[in-house]
Design a protein around this ligand. Structure first.
Ligand SMILES: Nc1ncnc2c1ncn2[C@@H]1O[C@H](COP(=O)(O)OP(=O)(O)OP(=O)(O)O)[C@@H](O)[C@H]1O
Ligand SMILES: [Mg+2]
Length: 231
């Protein structure tokens, strides 16, 4: 059975792509087919083939199904700025409807495990009218929340979980990505997140010297997602 999850984060730069790549790697290792999509990416490099974004390339590297770049990253903008501003500057109308249509080719491949990576935090705007959260709402996707563990993350995590619930979506799981290993009372903070977040923890990922998908996957478990076929 194909399963699709939306990867959200407590903020930008908290490890959504790093954890998504690790989850995809773990799924591949468990014998599942994988696919991913980064519907909107700002912060792209100009190449002879067109704009290329590091997140989309990292996700693409963990897709077992052959997908081309434009399918994995349908909306690409060069400046590394808020997506709604990048879109406005490029004269592109970003809507949840357009994004939902743009991710369909990936969803249609029906990989066993598909991840849709958002951008920034839960309420990042798409335009003056909509936020990116309207995409998982429109698609009815369960959410995996990446918590960038550092001082202040508990409130960000709980606010994100509240907003996800208020938007009517299921929180399928969360990952503690320990971006700041010097966080005071790290264990107590992790225990508090475990206690207060209404979903299973899919793993605690330490600050790694090499945050490769393979290294990250070691710290993750897919079992709580109940993917069929996963070992
Ligand atoms: N556990 C980790 N150990 C070491 N480095 C990490 C870890 N998690 C993330 N990083 C590094 O932190 C940076 C931000 O991570 P990442 O790009 O995955 O965040 P993001 O939430 O996807 O960001 P964006 O909002 O731009 O999509 C990257 O350079 C990544 O390699
Ligand atoms: Mg990312």
């Amino acid at each position: 059975m194909s399963r699709v999850f939306f990867i959200a984060g407590t903020d930008t730069d908290v490890g959504k792509t790093t954890i998504a790549a690790g989850l995809l790697h773990a799924a591949r290792h468990a014998g599942l087919s994988t696919a991913a999509v980064k519907p909107v990416a700002s912060g792209c490099e100009s190449t002879p083939q067109g704009l290329r974004n590091g997140d989309a390339l990292a996700l693409l590297a963990e897709c077992s199904l052959p997908l081309d770049y434009a399918t994995v990253n349908p909306f690409a903008f060069a400046p590394a700025i808020a997506p709604h501003i990048a879109a406005r500057e490029a004269g592109v109308a970003l809507t949840a409807e357009a994004l939902a249509a743009a991710v369909q080719p990936v969803l249609a491949r029906q990989a066993d495990f598909t991840l849709v990576e958002g951008a920034g935090g839960w309420r990042v705007p798409l335009s003056g009218r909509e936020s990116l959260s309207a995409l998982p709402v429109r698609l009815g996707l369960p959410v995996i929340l990446v918590v960038g563990v550092r001082l202040g993350c508990i409130s960000h995590a709980l606010l994100s979980a509240e907003a996800i619930a208020r938007d009517g979506l299921a929180l399928a799981g969360w990952v503690a990505n320990i971006v700041d290993p010097a966080t005071s009372r790290l264990e107590e903070n992790l225990a508090t997140l475990d206690e207060l977040l209404p979903a299973p923890c899919l793993g605690r990922v330490p600050r790694l010297a090499q945050a490769s998908a393979q290294q990250v996957a070691v710290h993750l478990r897919l079992a709580p997602l109940a993917l069929s076929g996963a070992r």
